[in-house]
Design a protein around this ligand. Sequence first.
Ligand code: HEC
Ligand code: HEC
Ligand code: HEC
Ligand code: HEC
Ligand code: HEC
Length: 334
Amino acid sequence: MSALVLFTCSLLAMAPTPRFPMGTARMDVGPAPHGLPDWRVQRCAECHAIQVDAWRHSGHATARTDDVFQVALTEDRPGWCVQCHAPLARNLERGPLPKDSPPEEHGVTCAGCHAPTGAEGQAPGMPCAGCHQFGFPVVTSAGQRVRLSQTQPQQDTVGEWRRWQTQSGDTRHCTSCHMPRGNHGFGGTRRTESLKAALRVEQTGASLRVSTREVGHAFPSGDVMRWVSVDVSEDPLFETSRTVATFGRRLEVREWPHEPLPHLGAVEDTRLLPGETRHVPLPAGARYARVIYHLVSREQEDSGLYPPGLSRLVLWASPLQPASPSHPVKERTP
Ligand code: HEC
Ligand code: HEC
Ligand code: HEC
Ligand code: HEC
Ligand code: HEC
């Protein structure tokens, strides 16, 4: 066991902090600020109306009631998921909340970011890191979750951002892009317009060049169910279409170096890295192309778990230029 403990210590960046154990137990928020008796949002609203109003429109405020999250909560005991999506919640069940449940039940409240994390006496941790960086659960053969993986991140946004900073020399923090002027709205939920703006797509001859702009981590980042596809079709309505490229992670349960128990991890990662340009070859006959951001995995889409009309955000769509005069495009007869 001692080798494991040493290894764990060298990867503290992914280890839970005592105050925020990444959903594996309830968050210990510690004393409320300004000598207030507790951390309830209602209290903060008296003096910080601007932050509270903006926060109400953020995905943080509804991270637990969010419908994609609720659909994804297929676990019998969703406590782990809920204790990160709504760290102060008392009700850990899935399904709709009783009417008049306080904001603490609905999502990440002020304490989720402003309660000091880390060991007593140490500098406070980076508030985004506890939730936007964590390992896959390690589960025993009996189905019990024993801890989070130290080597296989389920979400790696902070790690991706650190690598981007090192590589690009850009010093912008998460908050520089996501909280301009301290705005607690974080761009709101379902940011289709900002996702569109973050993607650059161009046809050059018989391929599409796909890259991102002003993104400080992989695209898509965050949740494992997210992926992006490039689809082509001969008809503008995409009644029959083909997926010619995907940007996402392929997961498998297997053994990993330095990990005593097999668990989930990414065996392939084809997401777009910041600064990278991907060339997607277009098949002959393709007349229209689309880039789609998928909120749930392909298996979940195929199983009808979430209606495709809601789980697919079209980020880019365009008719294609014929690749070259030597490959004339066949006209469709109506
Ligand atoms: C009675 C009014 C009042 C209430 C209630 C109140 N605050 Fe404040 N808060 C202030 C004032 C005034 C400042 C600026 C002066 C200062 O820094 O202490 C401030 C500053 C802050 C700051 C920025 C400075 C820092 O300490 O980092 C944060 C964060 C903050 N409050 C969070 C909260 C939260 C969270 C709540 C609810 C649990 C809350 N406040 C409730 C009056 C209040
Ligand atoms: C997702 C994390 C997060 C949540 C949730 C959050 N805050 Fe903040 N808050 C921050 C960060 C980060 C800053 C520093 C902003 C900066 O550097 O521009 C901040 C700054 C503040 C400040 C200082 C003034 C300012 O705007 O810079 C106050 C006051 C504050 N927050 C109050 C609140 C209250 C009240 C809530 C609950 C409604 C809340 N925050 C929820 C992350 C959060
Ligand atoms: C207590 C956990 C927690 C903390 C701390 C936290 N987040 Fe989040 N964050 C979440 C969850 C859960 C979601 C998913 C919300 C949704 O879309 O349903 C989320 C969503 C987001 C999104 C997507 C936009 C949106 O509103 O849905 C951004 C951007 C983001 N967080 C940035 C940050 C940054 C920057 C910080 C640190 C200052 C931070 N978060 C701190 C849990 C957290
Ligand atoms: C250089 C700007 C930039 C920086 C730095 C940055 N982001 Fe982002 N982030 C974006 C853009 C642009 C998007 C895509 C548009 C959107 O979702 O609003 C995005 C999307 C996201 C999403 C939604 C998931 C997705 O990929 O669609 C989350 C969550 C997120 N960022 C969290 C973070 C966290 C946490 C950090 C710091 C560790 C961070 N971001 C740093 C620009 C940035
Ligand atoms: C340690 C914190 C943490 C735990 C535990 C956690 N999540 Fe999340 N989850 C997040 C963060 C942070 C985001 C925001 C990143 C993003 O938008 O992609 C998120 C986003 C999501 C989303 C995307 C929401 C949307 O609106 O698109 C789903 C779905 C989700 N989580 C499901 C789950 C499920 C199911 C579990 C339990 C099996 C779980 N999460 C456990 C932190 C956590």
